[in-house]
Design a protein around this ligand. Structure first.
Ligand code: SAM
Ligand code: SF4
Length: 467
């Protein structure tokens, strides 16, 4: 089934991903049959969900998609075909609001022409300060933050959904890959970040509840589980830590990954577990943000670069074939040329396989937005390109080392058919691979890596049929 073709989600990334497909597994539709909701004119009602932002948003959209489908809406991809449009938004970068404004303007016009009936704004922007202004300016029918997305259920005509659509209930079931949220919110206060104010403080989901969901997913056919949280490795419950939960999940699910981790929470035993446990994808995403201790302090990251480097040493030692990616912000207020040099040095020393590099963008309500020492745009742009180039060089160098190896490849996105495009897969080391196979998503093929670029590996014809 070609699910991606049917989807309206763009999952627009807020980051400049220089690396491989850093993990936007396909957004999945439930297989559950639904009752068709019929409009006054006798036709099935339609809805379009568009997602901007990170995997948390993708996951929230997935939950909202289940609501609209359970309410009997058919999903469409174009605004003009939709009775209801849901914009699930991201707030991490300033221009995110401008981008969403563009979409709202278009929707407002379609509403006036009678082609779109209702518009809902959800996600981080829905929870932010601009939401009320946007609501007034564009005649939005429903505004929801990140904590009350369950209210969409009532809006689309499902009764008493507050309990039904909490994160405690199963995510997408019966599909080959699924996200499982294990914690929400964040207890850090990074200078530049809006997440704590829009997502609130950390709330961890009970272990038994997570395991129950993972078991159900696996029983219904899920082959790849990604544990999600803004600081996923900060998860804890009654003396149990993230590593304990990860181990239990990896005992149940056949393939497991997690994101996003915070260096201060990352335990050495988790890094060792990644190397030891067969079912864990050997890929670590550990955002560093800067290589300069002065900047890390200004950003309130809570660690020094030396501590980060030590974590990486443990990871490389425990998982020699693993992949490592990070997030870096350039041009944060007060960043000097010396700080930038230290970031470049850290990039060189850590030999990242990929990174999301961000130019600092002031977010209203954050400390950094008020700080003096703004870095001029042309300086930030140069630093951005320098970091990007350094990452690409190291990624290319590391990817080339894989040429000639024979890899078991998990198919994430199937081949797109007529145009003959390769399927996109992932090795156990976490490398993205293009491979020419008709294998369905969720199956494995084995193939030899023939060539490599800075972002992706290219495999030859697989040996034997898919598994
Ligand atoms: N919780 C994760 C962590 O602490 O590493 C990151 C979550 S944040 C949603 C994703 C990334 O966006 C951050 O790692 C950071 O690099 C980037 N980011 C967040 N706020 C930003 C801002 N105001 N300007 C530029 N980049 C930003
Ligand atoms: Fe934002 Fe920092 Fe929390 Fe990550 S750890 S979500 S960057 S405040």
């Amino acid at each position: 089934m070609s699910r991606r073709k049917n989807m309206s989600n763009e999952a627009e990334n807020t980051a400049h991903a220089t690396g491989k497909d850093l993990g936007a597994p396909p957004i999945l539709l439930t297989k559950k049959p639904t009752r068709a909701r019929v409009s006054a004119g006798g036709r099935t009602k339609t809805a379009c969900i568009r997602t901007f932002g990170c995997q948390m948003n993708v996951h929230d959209s997935d939950r909202m998609r289940r609501m609209i489908r359970d309410a009997g809406y058919a999903e469409v991809t174009r605004y003009e075909d939709a009775d209801l449009v849901v914009l699930n938004t991201c707030y991490v970068r300033e221009n995110a609001v401008d981008r969403v404004r563009g979409h709202l303007g278009e929707l407002n016009r379609l509403k006036k022409e009678g082609r779109v009936k209702k518009v809902a704004l959800t996600g981080c922007i829905g929870a932010g300060q601009e939401a009320r202004d946007l609501e007034r300016a564009y005649g939005i029918d429903l505004v929801l933050g990140t904590h009350n997305t369950y209210e969409l259920a009532q809006f689309v005509g499902l009764p008493g959904m507050e309990e039904t659509f909490t994160p405690e209930l199963p995510g997408t079931e019966g599909e080959h890959t699924a996200f499982v949220t294990i914690m929400t919110g964040c207890n850090y206060q990074c200078s530049y970040c809006v997440v704590p104010s829009v997502r609130g403080r950390m709330v961890c989901r009970p272990m038994e509840n997570v395991l129950l969901e993972v078991r159900r997913l696996v029983e219904s056919g899920t082959r790849y589980v990604t544990l999600l949280g803004q600081t996923v490795d900060a998860w804890r419950e009654d003396g149990r830590r993230f590593c304990d939960l990860l181990q239990r999940v990896a005992d149940i699910a056949p393939r497991v990954w997690f994101t996003t981790s915070h260096p201060s929470n990352m335990e050495d035993r988790t890094l060792r577990l990644i190397g030891q446990k067969d079912t864990l994808v050997k890929r670590l995403h550990l955002p560093v943000q800067s290589g300069s201790d002065r900047m890390l302090k200004i950003m309130h990251r809570g660690y020094k670069s030396e501590r980060y480097r030590r974590k990486i040493e443990v990871f490389r030692d425990a998982v020699p074939d693993g992949t490592l990616s990070t997030d870096i912000i350039v041009g944060h207020p007060r960043e000097t040329e010396g700080d930038h040099e230290e970031t470049l040095k850290l990039v060189e020393d850590c030999s990242f396989d990929a990174a999301y590099v961000f130019k600092f963008s002031p977010r209203r309500g954050t400390e950094a937005a008020e700080l003096p020492g703004t870095v001029p745009e042309e300086v930030a742009q140069r630093r951005f390109l320098e970091v990007l180039r350094a990452i690409e060089q190291s990624a290319f160098h590391r990817n080339r080392r894989k040429i000639g190896s024979v890899e078991e490849i998990y198919i994430r996105h199937g081949r797109t058919g007529e145009d003959g495009k390769a399927a996109v897969g992932e090795t156990w080391s976490g490398h993205a691979v293009h491979v020419v196979t008709d294998a369905e998503p969720g199956r494995y093929v084995t193939a030899k890596i023939e060539t490599a670029g800075p972002h992706v590996l290219y495999a030859g014809v697989p040996f034997g049929p898919p598994r």
